[in-house]
Design a protein around this ligand. Structure first.
Ligand code: ADP
Ligand code: MG
Length: 251
């Protein structure tokens, strides 16, 4: 049985007395590709924040990569975070810089400040960055200015950065929400095929229910901070979707 990478037990996060997550139990094992779906406000970003150690539980337990994130020292938390790759809604790319520098951002957890700064003058690890971009399907864009790229290409730059970082766990919060459906499917396929390898785990929130079912191995439906279902993608049907989004009454 692959090792447990993420374990939430009774995880609750309360803001101003209202639970954003309400006693959530979730276990994700190494190599799984798990999609989080649910209406806006269901708690998807909060759950990903817990796994990244950015949000602390009000009660319950959060264990990621073997460490109880709510109880570890700052140094241990930093160590765990270096093994986590994130792909955000807003991408966090620096538009003015060439693609190679943004891809090399995946090395920042390992590089000294000096090494990082000098790399901006003369890029280091260019071959590694080029190889990652090739796997992301845009090997020819190494020296392009990042802000000149299309949304889909920038999303691929973010994937290449995660490949360079080579983390054990990838957390992605609605990574394709700014793309049209065809490009979103393309980038999700890449995310699942190249970034999520058998020993790298993916936890991704998606607002596109069909995309989640098509690309992930397992789908977790969140609603009002609680897990409504947690099933293999093949077992998820329209009825569950309608209940998740409260469409059952119209059906
Ligand atoms: P989702 O990502 O599924 O849209 P979120 O995790 O962002 O949901 O939010 C879940 C609930 O928690 C929402 O009701 C939201 O308003 C609330 N919430 C999230 N973050 C904060 C915060 N920093 N302060 C107060 N309320 C928050
Ligand atoms: Mg969100």
């Amino acid at each position: 049985m692959p090792e447990v990478v993420v374990s939430l037990r009774g995880a609750t996060v309360t803001y101003d007395g209202r639970p954003a997550l309400d006693r959530v139990d979730l276990e994700v094992r190494s190599g799984e590709r798990v999609a989080l779906v649910g209406p806006s406000g269901a708690g998807k970003s909060t759950l990903l924040g817990l796994c990244a150690g950015r949000v602390l539980p009000t009660s319950g337990e959060v264990e990621v990569l073997g460490q109880p994130l709510d109880r570890v020292s700052g140094a241990t938390l930093a160590q765990v975070r270096r093994r986590i790759g994130t792909i955000h809604q807003g991408l966090n790319l620096v538009g003015r810089l060439a693609v190679v520098h943004n891809v090399n951002g995946g090395n920042l957890g390992r590089w000294s400040t000096w090494r990082a700064l000098t790399s901006l003058v003369r890029p280091r690890e260019v071959e590694q960055a080029r190889a990652a971009l090739e796997r992301a399907g845009i090997g020819d864009l190494l020296m392009a200015r990042t802000e000149d790229l299309s949304g889909g290409q920038q999303q691929r730059v973010a994937l290449a950065r995660v490949l360079v970082q080579d983390p054990d766990l990838v957390l992605a919060d609605e990574p394709v929400s700014s793309l049209d459906p065809a490009r979103a499917d393309d980038v999700m396929r890449l995310l699942c095929e190249t970034v999520a390898t058998p020993d790298r785990t993916l936890l991704v929130s998606l607002h596109d229910f069909e995309l989640a079912v098509r690309r992930a191995d397992r789908v977790v439906g969140l609603r009002e901070g609680r897990v409504l279902f947690d099933l293999p993608a093949a077992a998820v049907d329209r009825d569950l979707r309608d209940r998740l989004y409260d469409l059952a009454a119209d059906a």
